[in-house]
Design a binder for this molecule. Structure first.
Ligand SMILES: C[S@@+](CC[C@H](N)C(=O)[O-])C[C@H]1O[C@@H](n2cnc3c(N)ncnc32)[C@H](O)[C@@H]1O
Length: 440
């Protein structure tokens, strides 16, 4: 029988993220024991502070353990996380960590675990003061990424790093086809769920505490969706009108597709994702939001194809609006996905940049004259954002950048950048580009 010990479950998940390079979110869904809030907290917290916890461990261990025993190192990081960040009483943190070891069937490690954690407790202030002299350890970020963020945002990098190490709020998008935001806010109050209204987006409600979606009134009936405020800005920026043909080029899991359909009726929408499994999530989300034929006021077509392979899927078709929510480094959402700090490599950025450039160029050909393309990423790196768009505009004769006049984010010569936690939002980038009528 599988153990229900939260520390053991969390250490096995951590092991798969850190040593096998797997993403945290699917692992938390795959194992139903990970629904336990303590397991989730141990996973998120230990990954958020991974670089600092690892530095402590390196100082305390005479030599690293063999590859087959890396699960013990993960258990140790969890013990250290509880001592440093959760204010778990010292004896409980040590005893619980040692007791979780039973599930690993490595009794020889009991003395090692006990010794390392007690050794840390004896000298924690001095030890932390020494390791924290290194910026990357103090901020718990990889060196290469700190370098990039510093270079890009010399006046903001410290705020960005600190915001990225905080927990993100749970944000709801109210389906205005069913009720006003004020009505749903009032309903939340009646259910005893505390929340505030976003000041930058008229569909967003920020919950004081995250809760399970089953506890949200009328969630199954499509009254609300869970979506960060920054992502909720896309639908309005698209400036949709009935009868328009709209392409959502990188659609899964369908957060923005759903919002597009709530935002304007009688559209013809094509939603594409090259990951067929993720595209199934779009279908499920739309089924929840628009369960009956009467509720479906727009036509929607889902395609599991490579959006850049327009020869295959877009012969003879063009669009009034294109949303390119491009695959990116996700450096703006590290507070929601702290595993990004362990999984992302410096080399990935160049590859992503090339992918984005191909998507942009190929999809541009499918935009009608006078049509608009909205380019979005949840990245804070200029090479995926402003620089990418600047190059595109310079090289594309009929592309005209549009000014986004907004209360949120920072206006750049090309597009608008939001830093993590500004107006409680995720880090995001938007650029709106219009296609000029061809002149002869
Ligand atoms: C940032 S996510 C999209 C999030 C989505 N727009 C939402 O709001 O829920 C990027 C998506 O692009 C997809 N993708 C990456 N490369 C693609 C390509 N060449 N063609 C189509 N989809 C692609 C990924 O599978 C991923 O689901």
């Amino acid at each position: 029988m599988k153990s229900n010990n939260p520390r053991l479950i969390a250490s096995k998940i951590l092991s798969r993220v850190i040593y096998k390079g797997e993403s945290l979110s699917p692992l938390l869904i795959e194992d139903e024991r990970a629904a336990d809030p303590l397991v989730r907290d141990l996973c998120f917290g230990s990954l958020r502070w991974h670089y600092r916890l690892s530095a402590v461990l390196n100082t305390l261990m005479a030599k690293p353990l063999k590859n087959k025993d890396k699960d013990i190192e993960c258990l140790l990081r969890i013990g250290l996380y509880q001592i440093i960040y959760q204010q778990t009483p010292d004896h409980a943190a040590v005893n619980e960590t040692v007791s979780a070891l039973k599930g690993l069937k490595k009794p020889w490690a009991k003395k090692l675990l006990n010794g390392i954690l007690r050794n840390f407790l004896r000298q924690q202030d001095e030890l932390l003061a020494i390791i924290d002299k290194k910026e990357a350890i103090r901020c718990a970020f990889p060196d290469w990424l700190i370098g990039k963020i510093k270079k890009a945002w010399p006046d903001h990098w410290q705020t960005i790093l600190s915001a990225s190490n905080q927990r993100a709020p749970m944000v709801l998008r109210v389906n205005l086809l069913q009720q006003t935001r004020t009505q749903y806010h009032t309903k939340l109050k009646r259910y005893g769920i505390k929340s505030t209204l976003s000041t930058v987006c008229d569909t967003a409600i920020i919950l004081d505490q995250p809760i399970h979606v089953n506890q949200l009134p009328d969630f199954e009936q499509g009254a609300v969706s869970v979506q960060d405020t920054a992502a909720q800005l896309a639908a309005k920026l698209l400036d949709l009108k009935p009868q328009m043909q709209v392409l959502d080029a990188c659609a899964a899991p369908g957060g923005k597709t759903g919002h597009i359909l709530e935002n304007c009726q009688s559209l013809e929408v094509v939603a594409i994702d090259n990951n067929a499994t993720r595209l199934e999530r779009v279908k499920e989300n739309l089924q929840r939001l628009f369960p009956t034929p009467e509720s479906k006021k727009s036509k929607i077509k889902l395609l599991a194809v490579d959006a850049s392979d327009t020869e295959q899927w877009a012969k003879g078709i063009s669009f009034d609006r294109i949303l390119l929510d491009a695959p990116c480094s996700a450096t703006g959402v590290i507070r929601r996905h702290p595993d990004i700090k362990c999984l992302r490599r410096a080399d990935d950025i160049k590859a992503l940049q090339q992918q984005q450039q191909i998507l942009l160029t190929q999809l541009w050909a499918k935009l009608k004259p006078e049509g608009k393309l909205l380019y979005a990423t949840c990245s804070i790196l200029p090479e995926e954002n402003e620089k990418q768009i600047a190059t595109f505009i310079e090289q594309t004769e009929d592309a005209v950048i549009q000014i986004i006049d907004a209360k949120w984010g920072h206006a750049l010569p090309y597009g608008r950048q939001i830093f993590p936690n500004e107006s409680a939002m995720d880090g995001f980038y938007y650029a709106l580009i219009k296609k000029r009528q061809s002149v002869r």
